[in-house]
Design a protein around this ligand. Structure first.
Ligand SMILES: [Zn+2]
Length: 173
């Protein structure tokens, strides 16, 4: 990037500076879900839009995960970004994440289902277990994504972890 800036025309650096300034002064994280929104639209449209189903709350690790799920077009509920996952190796405990904010939302918004769309890593799994434990007795159904086999592939070419998850997440045919 530095090389491109040095060798490119001066206009490029100026455009980049203005774009970054625009982001810094006009965008922020939504106070409810944590995804990116404009300063004058907080809570964001995903939290307040009439087309969003308040009965489903999807918990993700990062705001970028919200964008990925939105692109899939398969979910119309609300989101909650944790801003990370429990990671003892990196010194990130539950206190560093937006878990208390999640509990507050569940109590206030009363969704019928909390979907834990966390990564399929040891850290993602332990974060999911931790949250599922906290939500016990709250009268809310807690689910995790079913991790399927890659498209255009089959059992032969799947790694054991994906295969195990696919088996566990199997649904009635
Ligand atoms: Zn929001």
């Amino acid at each position: 990037m530095a090389m491109k800036l040095v060798r490119g025309d001066k206009q490029l650096a100026g455009d980049l500076i203005r774009a970054l300034e625009h982001v810094r002064s006009n965008l922020r994280c939504c106070s409810l879900c944590g995804s990116v929104t404009s300063v004058d639209e907080d809570p964001c449209r995903l939290c307040t839009g009439p087309g969003r189903d308040a009965s489903q709350l999807c918990v993700v690790e990062e705001p970028t995960d919200v964008a990925s799920i939105e692109r899939s077009g398969g979910f119309h509920g609300r989101y909650h970004a944790l801003m990370g996952r429990v990671s003892p190796m990196k010194g990130e405990g539950p206190g560093e994440l937006r878990i208390q904010a999640l509990m507050d939302r569940v109590k206030k918004e009363r969704p019928t289902e909390v979907i834990l769309a966390l990564s399929t890593t040891v850290e993602g799994d332990s974060t999911a277990s931790y949250i599922a434990e906290l939500l016990k007795g709250q009268g809310v159904k807690v689910t995790r994504l079913a991790f399927g086999l890659p498209a255009d592939s089959g059992v032969t070419y799947s790694d054991p972890v994906t295969l195990e998850k696919a088996l566990k997440g199997r649904q009635e045919a």
